[in-house]
Design a protein around this ligand. Structure first.
Ligand code: PMP
Length: 417
């Protein structure tokens, strides 16, 4: 009998039979509060009726309109709808299926458009598992170890981390930008540097928001040196951080923006957006793929964007995010093992540390497992796996947030007793 490969690691023991809103149900119909949202994907909740309806209708109309062979309406509609929410000037789009593929596509685009080779990424960043995206990833060695050599031409600069170093935001930003400047004169000359790629909130690397001055500093370096700024909004996009795009917290504009996860409520779809002039420097036919911009996924994405707009989900993410953060701070105040609570909107983290400030992976793992036992599904992140993150669907209500905080408090209590 065939079995799933042990290469896959499952965060919880749940066998999900169905999903509805913020809940998952197992085969015994036990209900779980899903604060993982399929790693930040089910933005409108599980099986939102409008997403289901749009997808079902499209399945019966046209499943696969291969977009480099024929065009189809759902993709044109999606492009129009994204045009309404994308930053000014980022009005040329193309589509692939996953975050990793979109990152690869952005790198190909940046290299073609600039004629330069190198990409600067940040320590702790996560951009995917394919060979190119994996080469830009340093959120933990598990994505790289035994797999390299990776794509060449990647240089890493430090991400501004306050908690780890005990620094103020100003100190962390000054250090990180100083090191980036140093990198540009020692390792990767601007002449050779095509792009800087960054997440508005370091995701898998520990849910660390990029300070606005840091993103502004990157924009400044990019402008000064003709380097493209790629924002990987795969996890932070579509309202997750309490703004439609994560970079809106910093009021900067990227040259290339990548979005995926929350865009289609669970259907595989990602988009790469840039300006007309930049896109016209790419070579026609050098991007694409058999399944990119699938018609059902595109229809689901249009419905997702409609739900996000009509149900005010960006504002809800900000409001419920504040409520959740407040609750998490209270739990942390009772349990010194949680050294830091941070994040933006509904992308929040609890970092577990020992009394001498070292990563406490053991207690984080126990709290995560205890939460699942109590019916609250969560994920861990960070290079040491000592950060428990909460990333519920954007439709989460105040009552559900309060219920989750109650379960979390009990789970942490279980973990330390
Ligand atoms: N970029 C970021 C910021 C991500 O969080 C992820 C997935 N966690 C990816 C890229 C890769 O996306 P995918 O797993 O769809 O390839």
């Amino acid at each position: 009998m065939a079995e799933l490969s042990p290469v896959l690691k499952q965060a919880t023991p749940v066998l999900a039979a169905r999903g509805e809103g913020v809940h998952l149900y197992d085969e015994q119909d036990r209900r779980y509060l899903d604060f993982t949202a399929g790693i930040g994907v089910t933005s409108t909740g599980h099986c939102h009726p409008r997403v289901v309806e749009a997808a079902q209708r499209q399945v019966g109309t046209l499943i696969h309109g291969q977009y480099t062979t024929v065009m189809h309406r759902p993709l044109l509609r999606l492009t129009e709808r994204l045009g309404e929410v994308l930053p000014d000037g980022l009005d040329r789009l193309f589509y692939v299926n996953s975050g990793s593929e979109a990152v690869e596509a952005a790198v190909r685009l940046a290299r073609q458009a600039t004629g330069r080779q190198n990409i600067i990424a940040f320590q702790g960043g996560f951009h995917g598992r394919t060979m190119g995206a994996g080469a830009l990833t340093s959120s933990g060695t598990k994505v790289r170890s035994g797999i390299g050599p990776m794509m060449p031409g990647v240089a890493f600069a430090p991400f501004p981390e306050t908690y780890r170093h005990g620094w103020s935001e100003t100190e962390a930003v000054r250090f990180a930008l100083g090191e980036l400047d140093q990198l540009l004169v020692t390792v990767s000359s601007p002449r050779d540097t095509a792009a800087i790629i960054v997440e508005p909130v370091l995701g898998e690397g520990g849910y660390i928001p990029a300070p606005p001055e840091f993103l502004a500093g990157l924009r400044d370096r990019a402008d000064r040196h003709g380097i493209l700024l790629i924002l990987d909004e795969v996890q932070t996009g579509v309202g997750r951080t309490g703004r439609f795009w994560g970079h809106e917290h910093a009021a900067i504009r990227p040259d290339i923006l990548i979005t995926a996860k929350g865009l289609a409520s669970g259907f595989p779809l990602s988009a790469i957006a840039a300006g007309q002039e930049l896109m016209s420097r790419a070579w026609p036919g050098s991007q694409g793929g058999t399944y990119g911009g699938n018609a059902v996924a595109a229809a689901a994405a249009v419905a997702t964007l409609d739900v996000v707009r009509d149900e005010n989900l960006v504002a809800n993410a900000a409001e419920q995010g504040s409520r959740l953060r407040e609750g998490l701070h209270k739990v942390a105040a009772e349990h010194p093992v949680i050294g830091d609570v941070r994040g933006l909107g509904l992308m929040l983290a609890n970092e577990f540390t020992t009394p001498d400030g070292q990563p406490d992976t053991t207690t984080a793992t126990r709290a995560h497992a205890a939460a699942a036992e109590r019916g609250l599904l969560l994920l861990t992140c960070g290079p040491h796996g000592n950060v428990v993150r909460m990333i519920p669907p954007l439709i989460v209500t105040a009552d559900q947030v309060d219920e989750a905080v109650g379960l979390w408090s009990q789970a942490v209590h279980d973990a330390v007793s």
